[in-house]
Design a protein. Structure first.
Length: 404
């Protein structure tokens, strides 16, 4: 294994012109599993190396462990647990999970199924008679936004306000000072401040008051680990609000696009509703909503094969590339909902395995099942569809469909 790689491959992946189909470039990138870039960072693109480093305690999620300072959208605010290492990460994740899933609230996600199904049915009812539909604007976006607002205790009618902030934050995730205007970062920083201030206002209303939403629970519950500070609650809510809908929007939109490109699978889903469980897992491998972890830091020197990544180096993890690695998956560029042993990287791996994965899975399973059942002979109007700017959170910005 060498550590030289033509940077053009990575730059082409990140360039918007490749957004519709980055996968041939991932094939090229995997020729060098650990690739040293011109700026001293490292790109990891193969399944074995990715899974190994995602479980390596020397991989840090804390920007303070980078030897070269990196522009951070969160600024000086308390970072969310996704950008922290143990033990701080573990404590905050436990405190959040206490109100989100096992072992303290094991039935939370499964108990949401009737409400999720009702929301999906209502949205489909809204365009059932329409000949042309935008799957993103009319369905894939409003569905998970409604769900996460209800779960967190964020007023659904405030969506137009935080939608602008979330877009600016997401667009600044992959900020590169060498190629991007400073305005891109500045907009993300300001949007983060605005969103945190907004969430802080909601939190102030929850102290000492009963309620079942997550903000209220975090504000008033004292568990074995104590209670989060207000800043920690705001950071957690900020993370969950963004991640709780952004990834699911992409997963549903990518999923419907894939089904429309594979009409035989769409027909099977109509008559075999149980197919949706392995189908969603295959979507997470084949067209994952999170393609790249744009940075991690080497907490100390990390040896991967013949390559030593020096302490403090920036590391980019190409998750979507790993999930298409032919050394791990048979015929990886084929969409196969019957695939066995599908240990994809769609939700990452290790201690930062996606916190909301169970909810995103259930939302997507219900959404795709009902779309397949109720849409009348849907056909893509534009293929490939226009994509969102981000190479990190990849999905169509619109998905126009015509039905009979």
């Amino acid at each position: 294994m060498t550590t030289t790689e033509t940077p053009d491959t990575l730059h082409r992946i990140l360039d918007y012109s490749s957004r519709a189909d980055p996968y041939p470039l991932y094939t090229e990138l995997r020729k060098t599993p650990v690739a040293l870039q011109e700026d001293g960072s490292y790109v990891i693109s193969t399944y074995r190396e990715l899974t190994g480093i995602l479980h390596d305690p020397r991989l840090s999620s804390d920007v303070r462990n980078l030897s070269r300072p990196m522009a951070a959208v969160e600024g000086r605010a308390t970072p969310s647990f996704i950008n922290l290492d143990p033990p701080e990460h573990d404590r905050l994740r436990r405190l959040a999970m206490r109100h989100f899933g096992p072992p303290h609230t094991p039935g939370l996600v499964s108990g949401m199924e009737p409400d999720l199904a009702a929301t999906v049915s209502g949205l489909i009812d809204g365009f059932a008679g329409e000949q042309r539909i935008d799957i993103v604007d009319d369905f894939a976006y409003p569905f998970p936004v409604t769900v996460i607002c209800h779960l967190l205790g964020v007023p659904r009618e405030d969506e137009p306000r935080f939608h602008v902030w979330v877009n600016a934050i997401v667009e600044s995730i992959d900020y590169d000072p060498r190629t991007d205007p400073q305005e891109k970062l500045d907009n993300g920083v300001q949007a983060t401040k605005d969103l945190r201030e907004y969430l802080g206002g909601l939190l102030e209303q929850r102290h000492g008051r009963p309620g079942d939403d997550l903000l209220t629970r975090l504000a008033n519950d004292d568990g074995p680990d104590g209670r989060m500070t207000d800043e920690e609650i705001i950071s957690t809510a900020n993370l969950l609000l963004i991640a709780g809908h952004e990834t699911t929007v992409n997963l549903i939109a990518n999923g419907m696009l894939t089904l429309l490109r594979h009409p035989e699978v769409l027909r099977r889903l109509r008559t075999e509703p149980d197919l949706v469980v392995p189908l969603v897992e295959e979507l997470l491998r084949y067209e994952p909503p999170v393609q790249i972890i744009p940075w991690r830091a080497a907490y100390s020197d990390i040896a991967i094969g013949d390559t030593v990544i020096p302490k403090g180096s920036k590391i980019m993890l190409m998750l979507a590339s790993g999930s298409r690695d032919p050394d791990r998956f048979v015929d990886p560029d084929r969409f196969d909902p019957d695939r066995r042993d599908n240990q994809h990287l769609g939700f990452g791996s290790g201690i930062h395995l996606c916190f909301g994965g169970p909810l995103a899975r259930l939302e997507t399973q219900i959404a795709l099942t009902e779309l397949a059942r109720r849409l009348e002979q849907p056909r893509l109007l534009v293929d490939p569809p226009p994509y969102r700017p981000s190479p990190v959170l990849r999905g169509p910005v619109h998905l126009h469909v015509e039905q009979s």
